[in-house]
Design a protein around this ligand. Structure first.
Ligand SMILES: *Cc1c(COP(=O)(O)O)cnc(C)c1O
Length: 341
């Protein structure tokens, strides 16, 4: 790459190879590389023709930029509740969420959990609404043998700096729909690519993709070890769906690992103080996302009911960041000791 100067080209062999490799890995027809996961979500929304005054349904606990992307298109986010205790969309809320303005459902796999894609797709198909599957946190995961990102009508990946596949920045849109792919190309090609991924980024990603299955497997083993080792009186209890300890149909990907935090078990210590102490002990534990309805003006969205489950996650969810999961089995024991301390 250095010798032949291809790193400096706008169009070169590494992006072509990455596109092919991602298509094969996910078993999809079309891969559009782009500059970030956030841009990929925007392109996905545009590709299913979300327009001003349309509605886009998503969980009230979701990545903030997904909400912002819907507003960017001058459409309205419709916030539906999550399943109780876990950060994924509750498919049973969809019936009340859908209206004649609904143009898309955004469904994210978050913090080691999988959205129930089969149930979401069933309702979506009944109403003829496309599903955008946000797999930015789930690269390498498999639901019933299918790669995360390949199950919705349009799938989205991020190659951001902290993600499981990373080039510092970058993203991709996955689809089997030629029209969707063509709409994205038409939108991004303006004489040059307005949302580009570079040859240098592609070159960094290719070897990571080759290692992804093996790493996904190791991370899953480490999470199982961690869950086994956490004592019953720990303030942290897993908030994972489906349960990764006895599920054989799915292979979750752990960009983060979600936990409920119960401060009562440690003398009423706040979640924020606990996170600060954990970090001082070298544990990459953080308060998780804020719920979207708790942090945005009610004028910006339509809420489906009271959203109690998302509100509870807003208060009590914490996430462990993934790098420790590849550090070796002994580091998991050290991690548990640090958490207990
Ligand atoms: C990181 C992330 C994105 C956006 O990715 P960027 O590449 O950082 O723009 C979108 N959705 C989810 C769930 C993410 O975690």
């Amino acid at each position: 790459m250095l010798q032949d100067g291809s790193w400096g080209r706008y169009h070169g062999p590494h992006c072509d190879r990455l596109r092919d490799a991602l298509a094969e890995f996910h078993d999809v027809e079309h891969v559009i590389l782009c500059c970030s996961g956030t841009a990929a979500v925007e392109l996905a929304l545009r590709s299913v023709k979300v327009q001003p005054n349309d509605e886009v349904v998503m969980a009230a606990y979701d990545y903030k930029a997904n909400f912002a992307n819907v507003l960017t298109l001058q459409a309205t986010p419709v916030l539906a509740d999550t399943l109780p205790g876990v950060p994924v969309l509750d498919p049973k809320q969809l019936k009340n969420a859908l209206s004649d303005k609904t143009k898309a459902i955004v469904c994210s796999h978050l913090h080691g959990c999988f959205a129930d894609m089969a149930a979401v797709r069933a309702v979506a198909a009944e109403h003829g609404v496309p599903v955008i599957e946000d797999a930015c946190q789930a690269a390498g995961g498999r639901l019933n043998g299918k790669a995360a990102g390949s199950i919705g009508d349009v799938g989205v990946l991020s190659f951001g700096g902290s993600k499981l596949l990373t080039a510092g920045r970058g993203g991709a849109v996955l689809t089997n729909d030629a029209t969707v792919a063509q709409r994205i190309r038409l939108y991004t090609q303006r004489g040059n690519d307005a949302y580009p991924l570079s040859e240098m980024q592609a070159a960094v990603l290719l070897p990571q993709l080759q290692q992804l299955n093996e790493r996904t497997h190791v991370r899953l083993q480490r999470v199982r070890q961690l869950l086994n080792a956490l004592p019953a009186d720990s303030p942290l209890t897993p908030a994972l769906y489906p349960d990764p300890t006895d599920n054989v149909d799915d292979i979750p990907a752990f960009y983060k690992v979600a936990f409920h935090y119960d401060g009562e078990k440690v003398g009423g210590q706040s979640r924020e103080d606990f996170a600060t102490l954990a970090r001082q002990n070298g544990v990459a534990l953080d308060p998780a996302f804020a719920a979207l309805h708790k942090t945005h003006s009610g004028r910006r969205f339509r809420a489906v009911g009271e959203l109690p489950n998302a509100a509870a996650l807003h208060e009590e969810l914490m996430t462990l960041h993934h790098p420790v999961l590849l550090e070796g089995a002994d580091q998991i024991d050290a991690l548990v000791a640090a958490i207990q301390q």
